[in-house]
Design a protein around this ligand. Sequence first.
Ligand code: GTP
Ligand code: MG
Length: 433
Amino acid sequence: MEPGPAGKRTALIWISRDKHLVPEMQELCSSAGYEIIEEIGQGKREADPRYYLGPGKIEEVGELDVDNIVTVADLTPSQLFNISHKTSKKVSDRTRVILDLFQNRANSPEARMQVEIADLRYQLPVLREYIHQGKLSERPGFMAGGEYKIDYYFDMIKKRISQLKGKVEGERKRRGRKRALRRRRGAHLVSIAGYTNAGKSTLLNQIIETNREDKLTDVGGRMFTTISTTTRKMKGSRGCLVSDTVGFIRDLPPWLLEGFMSTLEEIFEADIVLLVLDASEDQELLKRKLKDSLSILLKGGTEGEIIIVPNKIDSMDNDIDELRELILDSVPDGFEGRIGPIVPISALEGLGIQDIIEIVNSTLPPLVEIEFEIPYENNIESLIIDLRQHVNDITEEFRDGEIHIKCSMEDRWAGHFKKKVESRGGEARILDP
Ligand SMILES: Nc1nc2c(ncn2[C@@H]2O[C@H](COP(=O)(O)OP(=O)(O)OP(=O)(O)O)[C@@H](O)[C@H]2O)c(=O)[nH]1
Ligand SMILES: [Mg+2]
């Protein structure tokens, strides 16, 4: 169950300038546990600097029987203060709702720290405004203790932010080291990227090796079901590790994005990126999300090959050829060379999953056959153990004080182990393909 806000009854408000944000905000609200029971739009091009809606309209909203007022756009701290002061209700803007959502979903220590940083950074200017306004209206008892206490409080928040940032940075480095280690051990890193709710976790669950004790990654028809990275072994594919990542969303405030960019490193540094799209969505939305996703990938310095994976083909209106054309038309100039094949799938129904596995396999370096004869002597075990981690098939035999190994491995590893074995007085022969 979602914790959500204390009281759930919500009025969603907007002005005509922001009307296009309404459908997404409805989804965000329902994912974060707000129950919209009233929707009020006002025909205005410009937001009122004090109340977002006009003062008369906001008074009407204040009389509604709701616990929360949610605006589809972001507010300034003074708008937040003024609306809640005038209506005596809890006021949340778009970023607040996204933060509530992240708070509900943060299930790893790193995600919890990142959410706390984002939350504190959101609260600082708002608190400053409340204190400023509180002093102006000289409410007795408000922040009793005066300047000193306020400064102390702000200092505490800032210290907490920098302490958390240090810890998150440590965690980021730890993840980087882990990635580097996996790579040194010969793993190929595959990342699943895309907008929230596109079906990334459903795809992950379809392409990983599972045994009965494994817990599959949570899937949900809500936004931001996954907000931390999970890495697992891919099935039917030698040495591939696949990671699920936090979903993209448009117009995330830069300071919020900054925190979550570090969890996106998994994508930027992957050998292969599976960019998942929701093909059941409206065409215009699909195109825009594709362009935005590619620009995030570019900004992050993605090095790997990008494979576009339109998902949910079981419930789309287009046929597959139209879909391909639509996607190819939307790829911005300069990106064509970076895009691998387009692989339409239905992660829910298991359609096209084998295609993904085959395409990932086809991007892997080819294998060569190699034979080793290694004299058995002290400390040879660690070399053998290392070697076994880099092979595809292997047969081993112990004969005349030597270990005879026949195996297939990638070219680069064949060269590496040939040298190692020869330096230990052994022999290595790469067989003709
Ligand atoms: N019809 C249909 N629904 C799908 C398909 N794949 C996923 N879904 C549904 O789409 C919703 C979102 O799926 P998730 O796998 O949680 O999406 P996600 O990209 O991981 O979302 P976040 O973790 O929130 O970023 C769920 O209700 C899934 O059941 C599909 O191929 N077809
Ligand atoms: Mg997910």
